[in-house]
Ligand binder design. Structure first.
Ligand SMILES: Nc1ncnc2c1ncn2[C@@H]1O[C@H](COP(=O)(O)OP(=O)(O)O)[C@@H](O)[C@H]1O
Ligand SMILES: [Mg+2]
Length: 244
């Protein structure tokens, strides 16, 4: 991964809101073809980092780049898909209508059939958004994030509140996209999810990197000599305790 091209990058990026520093001189690199999990407690700056990379927020210091370019440029945005924590779409359009509308924004969208399959929406295409359950809405938001055939995908807590089957669907979709050469940056509070999906993990605390490495490297930090299995959860908790 070290030598693969850079898909998305924050270079010494900061985001300040008044006196509060949400992201603090953060260097973050998403390599092409990798899945990177951004972990950290509530308020660590994960969503802000994604918003900087999407060009939705402007850094107060440093810079954000997608394939070396400004995230706000149209031809950059056409290569990016995102699933954010707060999403809203017209309630009375059906799943199929939403997908057709979103796909029309992109020059080279995925065939709708592929998107519907990747997000397991086959039986829901005629259903209006307002009638979808929470998990079904999440699947639609995932479908909307990927329908433009993006090279870089940002997923901000995509599996929050999902049942086990829906989460599995999402994981399969992510793995399928990565197999097609896409790059994925995801945030999650499910450490098992980070372990299952990510090539690399970056742990944020107070807007800065606390630790980073492969899941195996981070787990190795959790060996405490008691013979208990090293899990990502134990590594996370001991790293967080060290800065508390
Ligand atoms: N628009 C905003 N105005 C003021 N403070 C904000 C804004 N957005 C985020 N913050 C603050 O920045 C910090 C990081 O937030 P966020 O990036 O959403 O964290 P995370 O996604 O890791 O939970 C939090 O303390 C949050 O309250
Ligand atoms: Mg967040």
């Amino acid at each position: 991964m070290e030598h693969s091209p850079v898909a998305a990058r924050l270079v010494h990026a900061s985001k300040r809101y008044g006196d509060h520093v949400a992201v603090d001189a953060l260097d973050l690199t998403l390599h092409a073809g990798e899945t990177l999990a951004l972990l950290g407690p509530n308020g660590a700056g994960k969503t802000t980092a994604i918003r900087l990379l999407l060009g939705l927020a402007r850094p107060t210091g440093g810079s954000a780049e997608i394939f070396g370019r400004d995230p706000r440029e149209r031809r950059t945005r056409e290569r990016v898909g995102a699933m954010l924590q707060v999403s809203n779409v017209p309630a009375t359009l059906t799943v199929a209508e939403h997908l057709a509308l979103f796909a029309s924004y992109y020059p080279r969208p995925f065939p709708l059939r592929d998107v519907i399959e990747l997000a397991c929406l086959q039986s829901l295409t005629k259903r209006r958004f307002e009638a979808l359950s929470g998990g079904e809405r999440q699947r639609l938001f995932f479908a909307l994030a990927i329908c433009g055939n993006p090279d870089v995908l940002f997923l901000d807590e995509p599996s929050a509140g999902l049942d086990v089957e829906t989460r599995e669907t999402l994981w399969t979709g992510v793995r399928e996209l990565v197999a097609r050469g896409k790059s994925v940056l995801l945030t999650t509070h499910y450490l098992h999810e980070a372990d299952a999906l990510a090539h690399r993990i970056v742990l944020l605390s107070a807007g800065a990197v606390l630790a980073e490495g492969t899941p195996a490297e981070l787990k190795a930090l959790a060996t405490d000599g008691n013979g208990a299995p090293a899990t990502l959860e134990r590594a996370y908790l001991s790293l967080m305790k060290a800065v508390a």
